[in-house]
Ligand binder design. Structure first.
Ligand code: NAP
Length: 340
């Protein structure tokens, strides 16, 4: 069956996802777009074979031409669109974060539970990255014995001027928060943030910082967040277990040896590093919803839990204290089946 998709928010990642979805997986086509910037929406629609620019996201969701919705507008605008899609009974892929407050995320979870079926998937793309999948396979397969410690780093060459101190956690480390729950298969029970000597390149930001996360089974995780590190974009993860370690390999496809040095290229940004993960993420989502099956990827519950942990880390960023995390009971709708 063809899947006709509407995309709300056609900025940077919205346009990337359109490129992947139009004429792509599951027989998907982009049939409608909407954006706060009507001219941008019209320009994007004009480059697509069958898409129309609609005046608002609400009209796009209500349109009979749209089978499924992709929300790629800015985070604070996600909640009303996701709620409207759930109310309309349409599958909705929402970029991370699901919403920017715990209360918003809880309302989405409650709406989906009331609808009685999974409709929402959140864009935590690490779960689709082949290297991260291989890492999880090694851990789950017992290659290093029981995992004990995890060391992560999330490094950006630079960030835009609107990037705030809080975004180091709420927009950046939130990827690790979801990744670790998925990788270790445990909930995060406490968070503490340590601030290092400030980089002279970071302006008013607290850059870098170190996030310490405690998992329910005692695994301890440290996450370096550096968002002005100049040399490139790099994601590191090493799991230390009872009998060995496993880590993400260098992302460079080749190693160059010349003039007494060995070098590999570092990706410039997330688009380059994670291109394949977005391809797989959207293909699996479109294939699943085109087959009228519930989405199997990160759920509204995962988005809600990530927000709770992110808020705990933000509290620690402001006062330096360890913050214990207690989750509300998980509704039966989100009992894990096969995870991607
Ligand atoms: P962006 O370039 O600013 O694009 C957002 C677009 O949404 C802009 O065209 C913006 O218009 C529009 N918009 C704002 N408010 C709207 C509303 N109420 N209704 C409809 N459209 C609205 O941002 P982006 O970098 O693409 O990020 C979008 C989302 O994707 C964010 O949630 C971000 O965290 C997420 N993201 C995820 C990843 C990942 O790795 N998974 C990577 C990048 C981004 P104006 O410019 O006129 O405001």
């Amino acid at each position: 069956m063809a899947l006709d998709v509407g995309v709300i928010g056609v900025g940077m990642i919205g346009q990337e996802h359109i490129r992947r979805l139009d004429g792509g997986p599951g027989g998907s086509r982009v049939v409608a777009v909407a954006d706060a910037d009507a001219e941008r929406a019209a320009a994007v629609a004009g480059q697509l074979p069958v898409a129309k620019a609609l005046p608002t996201g609400e009209e796009l969701i209500a349109s009979d031409a749209v089978d499924a919705v992709v929300v790629t507008s800015w985070g604070p605008t996600h909640e009303p669109y996701v709620l409207a899609a759930v109310a309309a009974g349409k599958p909705v892929f929402c970029e991370k974060p699901l919403a920017t407050t715990q209360e918003s995320c809880r309302r989405i979870v409650e709406a989906e539970v009331a609808a009685g079926r999974r409709l929402v998937q959140v864009g935590f793309n690490r779960r689709y990255d082949p290297a991260h999948r291989a890492l999880k396979q090694a851990v789950d397969g017992g290659a290093i014995g029981a995992p004990l410690l995890v060391h992560c780093a999330h490094r950006n060459a630079s960030v835009p001027p609107h990037y705030t101190r809080e975004m180091s956690i709420a927009d950046t480390a939130i990827h690790e928060i979801d990744e670790l729950r998925w990788l270790v298969g445990q909930e995060i029970v406490a968070a503490q943030v340590f601030t290092a000597r400030k980089s002279s390149r970071g302006g008013q930001l607290q850059d870098p910082l170190l996030v310490l996360l405690e998992m329910a089974d005692g695994v301890l995780v440290d996450v370096e967040v550096s968002v002005n590190i100049h040399y490139g974009y790099e994601i590191r993860c090493e799991v230390s277990g009872e009998t060995g370690t496993v880590e993400l390999a260098e992302p460079a496809p080749v190693t160059i040896r010349r003039e007494g040095t060995v070098a590999g290229l570092v990706p410039a940004d997330w688009r380059e590093r994670f291109a394949l993960s977005y391809d797989i993420e959207l293909r699996e989502w479109a294939d699943t919803v085109a087959a009228a099956r519930p989405p199997q990827g990160p759920s509204a519950w995962d988005g809600y839990v990530a927000q709770i942990v992110s808020d705990a880390a933000l509290r620690s960023l402001s006062d330096g204290a360890r913050v214990a995390i207690e989750l509300p009971p998980r509704p039966d709708l989100y009992t894990p089946t096969a995870t991607p």
